[in-house]
Design a protein around this ligand. Structure first.
Ligand code: NAD
Length: 323
């Protein structure tokens, strides 16, 4: 059985990935600062540890053939676009990646998957909400709109350097807004789909939903199972990347909220307030993934939200019951 390590296994994507890898028959070690909040993972080993500490990395990388590096200090717009967490985001995530690349190489890890983000694309190509450009080659000249994006770009280049100079195999994906059940849905680190599901679930009939900005900013959102399918296909392919893993179904934030309301069967008004928004428009460009992997995600936003909303509604009800 191939031994793999999932860094950030206590998080949203990492937790789902552990389950997927176990289903595929891998021996899986997970590592995270914390246990998974919403589920008991089927990992063969789960180590609580801080990957900023090289000694922890030396321990968790022992006897590992392949690494999925998803650990990062991150959150939604309320966390990464306010500026308040920039030093932590840069320092914590860069330190984790420096450790994993170097100690992984020294301990003979054969292949590393690195989760980059669409946030590394230049802001100047994402000013028109109807026509954003996020094809992989448009990354340079670099001009991400957040330190989170700059760190992702740095770490892409870090792993590519280990590939170039030391022959360590590397696979890099740029995720575009991944969502689904068992992700952060409250507390300030949640991302737009979870936040909107929560706000709709909490609202009284006839009430309203708060939206940061005019809601005309555009995005695309990818359901977690599709993301994992892309990750596994990339990992088994001979393509290094970076490659987008995202949906091409671009919607405005207003449309996202309307879809959630439709699923919830609630009619609520939209209350536009000041708040961090990130770039004006963003959409995945799937030409390269289609060309290199012969695959692209097909699940619609509505299908994904139909699986996500009921889970968030359950969390909201459980919290209300506890209070
Ligand atoms: P998440 O926050 O749920 O998971 C990240 C995990 O990393 C957390 O459980 C956290 O505790 C862990 N972590 C942070 N610092 C650590 C440290 N020092 N040592 C050990 N563990 C540490 O986020 P996610 O949504 O599952 O994202 C996973 C990866 O995918 C991240 O690298 C993120 O930047 C990237 N990504 C996610 C999205 C998305 O839409 N979710 C989009 C683009 C990129």
């Amino acid at each position: 059985m191939k031994k793999v390590l999932v860094c950030g296994a206590g998080g949203f994507i990492g937790g789902h990935l552990v389950k997927r890898l176990k289903d595929e028959g891998f021996w899986v070690r997970g590592v995270d600062l914390k246990e998974h909040e919403f589920s008991t993972l089927p990992a063969d080993e789960f180590i609580i540890g801080d990957l900023r500490d090289p000694r922890v990395c030396e321990k968790v990388l022992q006897d590992i053939e392949e690494v999925y590096q998803l650990a990062a200090d991150m959150g939604g717009a309320g966390y990464i676009f306010t500026g308040d967490n920039d030093a932590n985001v840069m320092h914590n995530s860069a330190t984790i990646n420096l450790n994993i690349a170097d100690i992984g190489h020294k301990l003979g890890v054969k292949k590393v998957f690195y989760s980059s983000s669409a946030c590394m694309y230049p802001e100047y190509n994402q000013l028109d909400p109807d026509n954003p450009k996020c094809s992989e080659e448009s990354a340079y000249p670099a001009a991400p709109d957040s330190e989170y994006g700059w760190e992702k770009l740095f770490s892409e280049r870090l792993f590519l350097s280990y590939n170039r100079n030391f022959g360590m195999e590397v696979r890099i994906a740029r995720f575009h807004n991944i969502f689904g059940p068992q992700g952060t849905w409250t507390g300030g680190k949640e991302k737009a789909p979870a936040a909107m599901c929560r706000k709709v679930a909490e609202a009284e009939e006839g009430g309203d939903v708060e939206i940061w900005g005019d809601g005309l900013q555009t995005r695309s959102f990818l359901y977690i199972d599709e993301c994992l399918e892309g990750v596994r296909r990339l990992m088994e392919s001979d393509f290094t990347g970076p490659v987008n893993i995202g949906s091409e179904e671009m919607v405005t934030i207003n449309q996202l909220v309307e879809t959630v309301m439709e699923i919830a069967g609630k009619k609520l008004s939209k209350n536009h307030i000041e708040g961090p928004q990130g770039v004006r428009g963003r959409n995945s460009d799937n030409a390269l993934i289609k060309e290199k992997l012969g695959w692209e995600p097909t699940m619609t936003l509505k299908e994904g939200l139909e699986k996500t909303y009921p889970w968030i509604l359950e969390q909201v009800k459980a919290l209300v019951a506890k209070a």
